[in-house]
Design a protein around this ligand. Structure first.
Ligand code: NAD
Length: 430
């Protein structure tokens, strides 16, 4: 079994805490590796390496830092297939979804190539009598990121690329479920010319996260993950006087208007609800059917959801891979059970899917609920699996109110042929 490492000061280092987490292969249900869970001392050691390396990197002029990003983009493209396969093996998503994960991160790195321009300061002439003012954008020092399992390439890149392009050092604490791609990204950044110690990967769980939150040399923390942990990170980073951004869970609606191109809406929903097996913060897990379009929408969706080809992510013919862990599979199935109990109509039931040769994999077929009501937990809570809920409303106004009243309601789309309705929709969503 493969024993994974941390990546400290340009070297793969074995864990010394004696604690490990299993890294699963969701397609087969087998343990394929173990990842070390760092102690506070291991995390603090990485921070002291970063604090020593950062001043020299912060003094490199921004154009030269941007050149590292340019080279990194080339290397990501060179290794795209290898990264996607490694990602798929640990996360479970299909190879096209895994390559998309890398690609979306790569696009943030491309943006960071523009850092020299974005870092320009401002000058105010005569801010007061005889006083002119300059503002400059300067590196903070050591920064850190804590990332979720569902985008193990994109989300680390969202965080470390801007931080490093701005001259900071970065400690990445990836999800313990799929840590291999983050380690590969750190190697590629060094191949692209990044000095040692500027991007380090410390694998771990709550203990290393708590060490990030208390370490005095870490000036800023970025988090993406579930809402309860996001709140915890936000509160404790703020308490320890760090800059912090913490992004949590989601529930996204797609409004289907009676005048829309229904095939377009159905195809859009199939990708948005079932892509990456619904393990996406931006998954469109609620379809809001307006007026009398509900029956036809559900009829077309159910045919496609039933035909969805579920299989190992590495199999080219699979349209949807397994969920990340057995625990998560049980949680998602539990939500489907709950929806039935709450009185929603389960039109497509993926709970009993069995794949020959992959009996222990974490598979569930696409699920489709109709007549979901706004007080049901399957509507209110994030399921994070391939479960699409159809809520029927009479009017456009009712649709916008439903979305605005949702605790999350953060990503919304509309299918309509009426440009004015689209613009009104955008202006009504809060
Ligand atoms: P998670 O909250 O379980 O884990 C995220 C990170 O926090 C991991 O690195 C994990 O090791 C760490 N962590 C877990 N428990 C902790 C604890 N008790 N104390 C300190 N740290 C802890 O999230 P996940 O299951 O990996 O990811 C899925 C969630 O992420 C979903 O809710 C999804 O919506 C959200 N997400 C949000 C966005 C966004 O942009 N808003 C993007 C992607 C994912």
């Amino acid at each position: 079994m493969q024993e994974l490492t941390h990546y400290i000061d340009g070297t793969h280092i074995k864990g010394t805490s004696g604690r490990f987490a299993n890294v699963m292969n969701p397609a087969t249900g087998e343990i394929q590796g173990k990842v070390p869970l760092a102690s506070k001392d291991e995390l603090y050691n990485a921070v002291s390496v970063a604090a020593k390396a950062q001043p020299a990197w912060g003094a490199v002029n921004p154009q030269r830092r941007a050149r590292v990003m340019m080279k990194f983009v080339d290397l990501l493209n060179r290794d795209m297939q290898k990264l996607a396969e490694t990602l798929s093996r640990e996360h479970g998503k299909t190879i096209p979804d895994a390559a998309g994960d890398v690609q979306r991160g790569l696009e943030v790195v491309e943006y960071c190539i523009g850092a020299p321009h974005l870092l320009k300061g401002e000058y105010t002439d005569s801010a007061g009598p005889g006083i002119d003012m300059y503002s400059m954008r300067q590196a903070l020092g050591v920064t850190a990121g804590i990332t979720p399992f569902n985008f193990p390439a994109m989300i680390p890149m969202w965080m470390f690329a801007p931080a490093i392009a701005c001259g900071n050092a970065f400690i990445l604490k990836p999800s313990e479920r799929d840590p291999s791609v983050p380690l590969m990204l750190a190697e590629l950044m060094e191949e692209a010319g990044l000095p040692k110690g500027i991007l380090q990967v410390v694998n771990g769980d709550k203990e290393s996260v708590d060490a990030i939150l208390t370490n005095k040399d870490i000036k800023a923390v970025s988090f993406v993950g579930s809402t309860p942990i996001a709140k915890y990170i936000y509160e404790n980073s703020a308490k320890n006087e760090k800059r912090v951004q913490a992004l949590g869970g989601a529930k996204n609606h797609l409004v289907v208007m009676p005048d829309c191109d229904l095939d377009g809406a159905v195809n859009g929903l199939m990708g948005a609800a079932y892509g990456s097996a619904g393990e996406r913060c931006m998954a469109q897990s609620v379809a809001v059917a307006v007026g009398d379009i509900g029956d036809e929408l559900v009829s077309r969706l159910s045919k496609k959801a039933e035909a969805l080809k579920v299989g190992p992510g590495m199999d080219k013919s699979s349209e949807m891979g397994p969920l990340v862990t057995k625990e998560h599979l049980e949680k998602v199935k539990g939500y489907v059970d709950l929806g039935v109990k709450e009185g929603a109509k389960l039109v497509v039931d993926g709970r009993n899917l069995k794949l020959q040769g992959y009996e222990n994999g974490f598979y569930i077929g696409g699920c489709l609920f109709d007549h979901v009501k706004k007080d049901m937990r399957i509507y209110k809570e994030e399921i994070f699996g391939p479960v699409l809920s159809v809520v029927r409303v009479k009017t456009f106004e009712e649709a916008t109110k439903l979305i605005n009243d949702h605790e999350y309601g953060n990503g919304v789309s509309i299918y309509t042929r009426d440009g004015d309705a689209g613009r009104t929709f955008a202006s009504k969503i809060q």
